[in-house]
Design a protein around this ligand. Structure first.
Ligand code: FEO
Length: 395
């Protein structure tokens, strides 16, 4: 069944919900699905803003036709070329052959690289406007949020910002479109997980884009994923502002790997010492059972990170190494950091965790704890000092 929603006069939601794809970008689990948002503006000219994943092309076309019937779509605005938004472009061009594809030079180059040459394009530049009749679109470049060609489009008269991936989140819309029906609290966790995994490396460009757009009044924040924000525009913008500046709450993530439970007991001892030291917000993750995307979400959320694992093949335990690589690739400027580890005959994990932290220019808080062979609390008596040092650094 096609889904059409009029968000404002002449502005329609024509996107789709995806509850089938198991992994976004082949990497990130989607337990609550994802929406690919497309918008249609019906004026003297008809403009479609972005398309959807190719698996949902027919649904997109049906949604558009349900609004405009036999009318032509005059413009397709492409804010972002990642295929979750662009892979229906070829079908849209076949459906409305007179359509003009509107985007910046970099995106139009990618368009040809992905989908072949297109003889009807309109290259726009920073700040340029495009009249649709009673309404105008204005374009602002937002490079590296999170691809180089990304831009946003502003519907001037309705003060609606079509922001591409920015301000997006995982999660389907389930019959709603705006936050009249879809409360921010239901999407907050998946917004942070989306940001930290998809966009998290590019805090600087996101900050730059936010500064550029700060004079632009936004009444409707129309991301390419997740609800349209109308009541919570300021709150959503603030979440993105804080995440992109790597601001975090006073809390601790303990992320550990454990082969036979000994390192896990070290993690549990640390958690109890942290509780005793007054830490209220604490997220514990077993890296063998929790997908790294959830751990990254909490690392963006909380100010302290403690990583532990056994020595494995003379180095880091593979899930621990994968986490540290994922953290390093997101260029988080600083976290309160410490580590612990175990070994049977030659310890390497604590040394390697120290080196990983130093490579990111993170300081170690407290003294890392290293344990030989089986767990016993007296072997880990320094854990209380580490917990106290972390708790003190949080406040
Ligand atoms: Fe939703 Fe970067 O694509």
């Amino acid at each position: 069944m096609s889904k059409n929603r009029e968000i404002a006069p002449a502005l329609h939601y024509v996107g789709v919900d995806d509850r089938s794809k198991p992994l976004f970008e082949g990497l990130w689990p989607l337990p609550k699905g994802i929406s690919y948002n497309s918008y249609l503006i019906v004026d003297e000219k008809v403009a479609l803003i972005d398309t959807v994943d190719a698996a949902f092309t027919e649904e997109l076309l049906a949604n558009v036709r349900a609004v405009i019937g036999d009318r032509n779509v005059d413009y397709l605005v492409v804010n972002h070329m990642e295929p979750d938004h662009s892979s229906s472009i070829a079908a849209v061009r076949r459906a409305w052959p007179a359509i003009t594809v509107v985007s910046n030079a970099l995106a139009l180059g990618m368009l040809e690289g992905y989908y072949g040459s297109c003889d009807s394009t309109l290259e726009i530049k920073e700040g340029q406007t495009l009249g649709l009749g009673k309404r105008d679109l204005q374009f602002f470049m937002a490079p590296m949020v999170h691809w180089p060609e990304t831009m946003v489009t502003y519907l001037v008269q309705d003060k609606a910002l079509f922001s591409g991936d920015a301000f997006g989140c995982f999660g389907t819309l389930d019959g709603g479109v705006t936050d009249d029906d879809l409360p921010l609290e239901c999407y907050r966790d998946e917004m942070i997980r989306y940001y930290s995994n998809i966009v998290g490396k590019y805090g600087g460009p996101v900050q730059k884009a936010l500064r550029k757009l700060s004079p632009v009044e936004v009444k409707l924040l129309c991301s390419a994923h997740g609800p349209v924000w109308k009541r919570k525009v300021a709150q959503v913008a603030d979440i993105y502002r804080r995440l992109s500046s790597y601001e975090a709450e006073p809390g601790v993530v303990i992320a550990y790997g454990s082969m036979y439970g000994n390192t896990e007991k070290m993690a549990e001892l640390l958690a109890s010492h942290l509780r005793n030291a007054g830490v209220e917000k604490l997220a514990m993750h077993n890296l063998s059972t929790t997908h790294v995307s959830y751990v990254l979400r909490d690392i963006f959320r909380y100010r302290a990170l403690v990583v532990g694992g056994p020595t494995y093949n003379g180095g880091l335990y593979p899930p621990v190494e994968a986490l540290m690589n994922a953290v390093a690739s997101r260029a988080i400027p600083s976290r309160i950091f410490s580590c612990f580890g175990s070994f049977t005959w030659a310890g390497a994990s604590v040394r390697r965790l120290r080196e990983a932290a130093e490579a990111m220019k993170w300081e170690i808080t407290g003294t890392p704890v290293e344990m030989k062979q089986g767990y016993a609390e007296p072997k880990c008596c320094d854990m209380a000092d580490m917990a106290a040092a972390i708790a003190a650094a949080l406040h």
